[in-house]
Design a protein around this ligand. Structure first.
Ligand code: ZN
Length: 300
């Protein structure tokens, strides 16, 4: 009880994030279908309401969740076909979720690279395509993908992301923070930092967290009256607060519930993101401070 009121106070002391402006172009890069709604379902609605152009790109179709495919396909041992069907199901859910939040289909991009393998694509499979042991695919298969049949390589994914940036010409790009512990999430962080730095636009990046450590956000389940506290793994980031209206919160949970393939299994985790506020950081890392004393672990 006292824990919540303490963190409640900390959140209310955070500065508010700057409001979206008419004509501003906002691109949200989402590793998996559902991340965009969890981190930013309220911000997306506020951007649309302010007259900004809001765009969403999903890097993967979320086809790596085997337990999920077992339930969806009603089999205990989902095969490659079940997992490909799951990819298409989640891609459809994603478009429906963001449509509810006000993003038109023409503002969405499904890239369709393999769930759970983004780090491989940017290491051993940068050039040589990766074959997913789950879907038995080595190329983009999701219906409605930006580049159908693109090979599962880092090079191809990078080319797709550059294409999205060229088309959208974003003023703001919302990406996972490097502290987000899901490897697909922080791999996207590094890629986005590099691509935006290449364009001399790294100051347009803003950072969010979905996998924040220590079971965050707690408590699980739907608690719309509570604030979203600062994620433990990214406590030191210069967080800003985005307050949601009751109406925006209601719409956000509706968008979360669109992900029926996910809410059946981890609904209590997903609904825990429907809180009074969302969080955004203008920096990927905490400010540097001088070490108090030399670290013995680093001394030679
Ligand atoms: Zn994710």
């Amino acid at each position: 009880m006292s824990t919540f009121s303490r963190s409640d106070r900390r959140v209310s002391e955070l500065p508010p994030a700057p409001a979206f402006r008419p004509g501003q172009r906002v691109l949200l890069l989402s590793p998996h279908p559902d991340d965009e709604t969890l981190c930013c379902g309220g911000m997306i609605q506020q951007g649309v309401a302010a007259g900004a152009g809001v765009y969403v790109a999903w890097l993967t179709a979320g086809d790596g969740f085997e337990f999920d495919a077992a339930l969806t396909g009603r089999t205990l041992h989902p095969g490659a076909q079940n997992l490909r069907e799951l990819g298409n199901t989640r891609a459809r859910e994603a478009r429906r979720a963001v449509a509810l939040l006000g993003v038109p289909a023409a503002h969405t991009f499904m890239l369709g690279y393999p769930d759970g393998a983004l780090f491989r694509l940017f290491s051993v499979n940068y050039v040589q395509p990766f074959t997913s042991p789950r879907t038995r695919s080595s190329a983009v298969y999701v219906t409605g993908a930006l580049t159908p049949k693109a090979p599962f390589s880092g090079q191809a994914l990078e080319a797709d992301l550059r294409r999205v940036l060229d088309r959208v010409q974003p003023d703001l790009v919302l990406v996972p923070a490097p502290q987000d512990f899901h490897p697909d999430h922080h791999t996207l962080t590094y890629l986005a930092l590099r691509l935006m730095a290449d364009r001399g636009q790294e100051d347009r990046l803003r950072f969010w967290v979905v996998h924040g450590g220590l079971e965050w956000p707690v408590p699980k389940g739907l608690h719309p009256e509570l604030p979203l506290t600062v994620p433990p793994r990214a406590r030191a980031l210069p967080w800003q607060r985005v307050d949601l209206t009751a109406q925006q919160q209601a719409r956000k949970v509706q968008a979360i519930d669109t992900y029926r393939s996910q809410t059946r299994i981890m609904g209590r985790f997903l609904r825990a993101f429907d809180r009074r506020n969302e969080l955004l950081s203008p920096a990927a890392l905490p400010p540097l401070s001088a070490p108090a004393s030399p670290s013995p672990a680093l001394a030679h």
